[in-house]
Design a protein around this ligand. Sequence first.
Ligand code: TYM
Length: 311
Amino acid sequence: MSKSLLIEKDSTKRVFSGIQPTGTPHLGNYLGAIESWVRLQEEYGSVLYSIVDLHSITVPQNPALLHQSILDMTAALLACGIDPEKSILFQQSQTKSAKQKQDGTAGLLTYPVLQAADILLYKSTHVPVGEDQVQHMELVQDLAQGFNKKYGEFFPVPKSILTPMKKVKSLRDPSAKMSKSDPDKLATIRITDTPEEIVQKFRKAVTDFTSEVTYDPVHREGVSNMVAIHAAVSGLSVEEVVRHSAGIDTARYKLLVAEAVIEKFAPIKSEIEKLKMDKDHLESVLQVGSAKAKELAHPVCQEVKKLVGFL
Ligand SMILES: Nc1ncnc2c1ncn2[C@@H]1O[C@H](COP(=O)(O)OC(=O)[C@@H](N)Cc2c[nH]c3ccccc23)[C@@H](O)[C@H]1O
């Protein structure tokens, strides 16, 4: 990137977002969040992305597997285009644990409050997330406003950034979101799925009894979800996708969407495989990121303590 572009980035704004390390990222994570994280690295001067391991221990985790999942998620995010030269990629527990020991607030571990702490700790202004996080964001906004009312304007009230793919639907139940924890394995496309798995999942995707391809998210949720996915992965508009699909029935159309997804994920998948072989590199990316994140958090923590009267 040229110097002049860097200078144009707004230094009063800060992007922050997070992802749980457990499970491979899926098409919903990618289109609802990660793809926009990659873009925002070019637009904002200060960008942080956190692998939120503390959020994942709300359910029991095997320590060795959790550690491996953190490294796998690091590889996946790097392969998707998160660039440690442009953003701070770090592990949440490496920046929060010291604070927890000092303050001992049990509340910090309750899920949405921990999420608020993630965001406010860096005085973040913009949070790119999928629709399912909007409710948590409302709490963060309330907490920031509440703090400011009591102690004076201190925290920016962070805004959510949503993409047109803010809610990618399950392939098996298009009224529900695509989710990592869906017990129906056919519901969710993972970035690392094989081409055969992707074809099988689209083939089995729930649609309706109309064979034409149209975009009507209210009355034809299943087909519209596929059209939206197709548009997002191919870079075409929804209208263009529908126009190109004239005369194709949904059974054949499913295979076209599967192909477009396979093509989109192929380079990411091979990059993940390469990155996973270099564990030292992944660990060092996280170490450097955590040190940088700590540096940003420290003055904010000190100021908060002063404002509250702890110092
Ligand atoms: N089907 C879907 N369609 C569109 N977007 C989706 C879909 N499924 C998931 N997402 C988005 O992916 C991101 C990571 O999901 P997580 O469940 O790990 O995301 C979570 O569990 C958060 N609580 C992690 C978190 C912790 N602290 C934070 C601070 C800021 C932002 C996020 C966080 C999210 O943006 C999520 O909205």
